[in-house]
Write a new protein. Structure first.
Length: 367
């Protein structure tokens, strides 16, 4: 049993190790030393203080989105729309930054609250379409992602275009009092890291130590049984998605108020989809999420030095990510061999959560 427990706890490393081995093999086939590529990536992430801070700046919104996804996955929901929720959060924070002028503490507070509200309401649309219209959250999430992108492009080339004329590059830069305080010349705001750590701690406590977390687990495991136990499926679906949307919206605010200084095209940078992969790689084990999110930050930030040091294209980080996706799918089924529980398990245990099982609209129509 100790071996089984050890395998269960370390299983999230399996796809990462396999992907690294396959990527190393690809490098060898192209006459490139894998050690040199690894050294270049490490240098790109930890070469100096500015690179470390840049990695932290990328990590914060990724951790915020992944923390929110832990909640929706626990409830059995594939919140693919998290990408759009990040974008809407950035739009709402930008609206406050462009239209309202307050002292810095009040300005930032209002921007953060607006971003969280925007992300939550955008996610609520997914919940309503699922519980009232029977639309699978994957399809509605993808549609709303595209709508959020279209809305961004419309705003930056129309109503919010800079004084010099319309452009798809972005809005005019925000006022200094609208931006998160940065550390030195970097893009990293210590305040944003506080947001991320508080969000992650809140998710851990909510899922492991509250009745709400227990209801979400019941809903994710078996919606019909949860209904018989008095769990309102419609309400919990709505709350779970809105909670995730609020954290994703906060991530969007961090992107637009620290990584950038204005609303831009592709403001999310694919962080929502990357957060989905982070949680899947973690095998839905809460405490694996921060280190895996940090690993992706290292890979993607470090990839920028590959071309300089080895002549390789920076897209190697994307290749490594894609290979990981394949191995997540491959190792997922085998992981279930080591994560089966005993009969009559304790309902509140759990540092890990099973992957969501889709459920039909009928399952949520009684709540």
């Amino acid at each position: 049993m100790k071996l089984r427990k050890w395998i269960q706890l370390t299983w999230p490393l399996a796809p990462i190790i396999a992907a690294l081995l396959v990527t190393s093999l690809i490098l060898v086939l192209f006459n490139t030393n894998p050690k040199a590529a690894l050294a270049a990536m490490i240098e790109g992430s930890f070469g100096d203080t500015s690179k470390i801070l840049q990695g932290l700046a990328f990590l914060v919104p990724l951790l915020l989105a992944a923390s929110g996804l832990l909640v929706t996955f626990t409830a059995g929901l594939w919140n693919i729309g998290v990408e759009g929720q990040i974008i809407i959060g950035a739009i709402m924070a930008s609206w406050v930054a462009l239209k309202i002028d307050l002292p810095t503490p009040l300005q930032i507070t209002l921007e953060v609250l607006a971003a969280m509200a925007g992300g939550a309401l955008w996610a609520a649309l997914v919940a309503i379409l699922k519980t009232r219209g029977g639309v699978n959250e994957i399809f509605s999430g993808l549609a709303l992602n595209n709508l959020a992108i279209i809305l961004t492009n419309y705003l930056i080339s129309g109503p919010w275009q800079p004084p010099e004329g319309g452009t798809f590059r972005g809005t005019q830069p925000f006022a200094e009092n609208a931006l998160l305080p940065l550390l030195g010349e970097s893009r990293f705001s210590p305040l944003s890291l506080v947001f991320a750590l508080l969000a992650f701690a809140t998710v851990v406590v909510a899922l492991r130590g509250t009745f709400w977390g227990l209801k979400l687990k019941a809903l994710g495991k078996n919606p019909r049984s949860a209904f018989l136990l008095g769990v309102s499926s419609q309400r919990e679906v709505l709350f779970a998605l809105m909670f995730c949307g609020a954290l994703a919206g906060l991530g969007g605010a961090v992107r637009v108020l620290s990584w950038f200084d204005s609303l831009r095209q592709s403001i999310s940078g694919g962080i929502g989809f990357l957060a989905l992969l982070v949680v899947m790689l973690a095998s839905f084990q809460v405490y694996w999420v921060p280190p895996i999110a940090a690993f992706f930050s290292i890979v993607l930030m470090g990839s920028t030095t590959l071309h300089i040091r080895t002549g390789l294209h920076p897209s190697l980080g994307g290749i490594l990510t894609g290979v990981m996706v394949l191995f997540v799918l491959l190792f997922g089924d085998y992981g279930k061999l080591f994560t089966r529980r005993k009969k009559n398990p304790s309902p509140v245990s759990s540092e890990s959560f099973s992957p969501p099982e889709s459920f039909s609209p009928q399952d949520v129509s009684h709540g």
